[in-house]
Design a protein around this ligand. Structure first.
Ligand code: HGY
Ligand code: MN
Ligand code: MN
Length: 425
């Protein structure tokens, strides 16, 4: 399975870096070709050539630390380090290998690599726990290739609606052209197989840095709705069409974008609305746009707050479309309910953070994570790491190796304490 593209541990860290430092260096290595689909910056989308190259590299690093490695029918990569008894239920440590476009190096891969380093610490000490440890590299958390997110963790959690697999990317490539959709749901795990899910992830926000802390225990993940909006007006000549005769799909979209911003700004601080993709098919400088498309992402810690805001925004959109005589289509892409983390695992993560020498601190996640999907299958916990300036979904994303060392120590303490809880009486 090893190819010339492999980057060995020593090559990445110039020798035996310690686990957290090595994890950070490996994330940086995975941000470069062939592990990126773009020559400039990092873009790694589900099932792309860069995705497969990065999976091969992760598989090699998993095998290096004594894990058996497999891919499931959703093309997730899974490493397994057996417990004392073969086939024992597993603690799953995971995150996602796919990225947004022009991404930072740490959003996703860091949680996978810290899982591999936690297993490295166990295997180098020849330690076996009363449970197995599995490391999941989920394939499609961002939804940056197909118009759906969290597909592969939903397959694992068994909550995937097969209709969600009927998707095509921007080039018209269907998911069914790349994977066998009939067997895709066989990626599902049974609840008894997994005792808990732990995800380490950069905070992607400013709270830990402002508090002067390296680590945080996540209390829950915000609810999110995602829509695709299409507008239809009348294409026309930019030079000959009077302003009051236009059915302009771009100015209509622009008014709607600002309306979404106004509704969210008027709400509580954790209510956010984002238009991240705007498209003008067949757009040209001298053409009044007849069509436009855009995405709408609405989130809040409380699903009722999120839903009221989304309703208000869509009402504003309908009013704008009516006044401008524009056709409008609204497709809900996904609805992810708020996901509280498991109280007992949060306590364990606090204790592990303290044992690692850091002050336990709790915070909400405004960002979505595979953990919110895995919560349907098993108790979940998330460990946040400070990231510089709270910057993420941006090449400037940065993690201090010392913070990754702290996170690895906390994860190792978490595994030890979970093991102690599950030792036979
Ligand atoms: O959108 C999110 O919150 C995550 O980065 N996918
Ligand atoms: Mn992420
Ligand atoms: Mn992300």
């Amino acid at each position: 399975m090893v190819t010339g593209a492999m980057v060995t541990g020593a090559m990445v860290t110039g020798g035996m870096g310690t686990g957290g430092t090595r994890a950070v260096a490996r994330c940086a290595a995975l941000a470069l070709p062939p592990f990126s689909d773009s020559a400039e910056g990092l873009t790694r989308t589900y099932l792309s050539p860069a995705y497969h190259a990065a999976q091969e590299q992760l598989a090699a690093w998993m095998a290096d630390v004594g894990m058996t490695v497999r891919r499931d029918a959703a093309a997730n990569l899974i490493g397994r380090y057996e417990g004392r008894a073969a086939g024992a239920p597993a603690l799953v440590i995971g995150s996602h290998i796919d990225s947004v476009r022009n991404a930072g190096a740490y959003d996703g891969p860091l949680g996978i690599l810290l899982g591999i380093e936690a297993v490295a610490a166990l295997s180098s000490g020849r330690v076996r726990m009363p449970f197995a440890v599995e490391v999941y590299a989920f394939g499609d958390e961002e939804g940056s290739r197909f118009p759906a997110a969290m597909l592969t963790s939903r397959a694992v959690a068994g909550t995937l609606d097969p209709a969600a697999l009927d998707v095509r990317d921007r080039d018209g490539v269907a998911l069914g052209d790349l994977l066998d959709l009939a067997t895709y749901p066989s990626a599902a795990r049974t609840a008894g197989d997994i005792i808990a899910y732990l995800e380490a992830h950069i905070e992607q926000g400013p709270v830990l840095e402002a508090a002067g802390l390296a680590l945080g225990t996540v209390t829950g993940i915000a609810a999110q709705l995602r829509f695709e909006i299409g507008l239809t007006g009348t294409a026309g000549h930019a030079g000959t069409t009077a302003m009051d005769l236009r059915r302009d799909a771009v100015t209509g979209m622009a008014e709607m974008v600002l309306a979404a911003e106004a509704v969210a700004t008027a709400g509580p601080v954790d209510l956010v609305a984002t238009v991240g993709v705007v498209e003008v098919p067949a757009g040209a400088a001298n053409v009044i746009a007849g069509r436009s498309r855009f995405t709408l992402d609405v989130r809040a810690g409380d699903a009722a707050v999120r839903d009221r805001a989304a309703d208000a925004i869509l009402r504003r959109f309908r009013e704008i479309a009516g006044r401008r005589d524009l056709g409008m289509s609204v497709r809900q892409v996904h609805d992810l309910p708020a996901s509280p983390c498991d109280p007992a695992l949060m306590d364990l993560l606090d204790a592990a953070t303290a044992e690692a020498g850091h002050k336990p601190f709790r915070l909400v996640s405004g960002a979505g994570h595979d953990a919110m999907i895995m919560a349907a299958l098993c108790p979940t916990a998330m460990l946040f790491l400070r990231c510089r300036g709270g910057v993420s979904h941006n090449p400037a994303e940065h993690v201090e190796p010392a913070d990754a060392e702290a996170a690895l120590e906390a994860i190792s303490c978490f595994i030890r304490q979970l093991g102690a809880q599950r030792e036979p009486a």
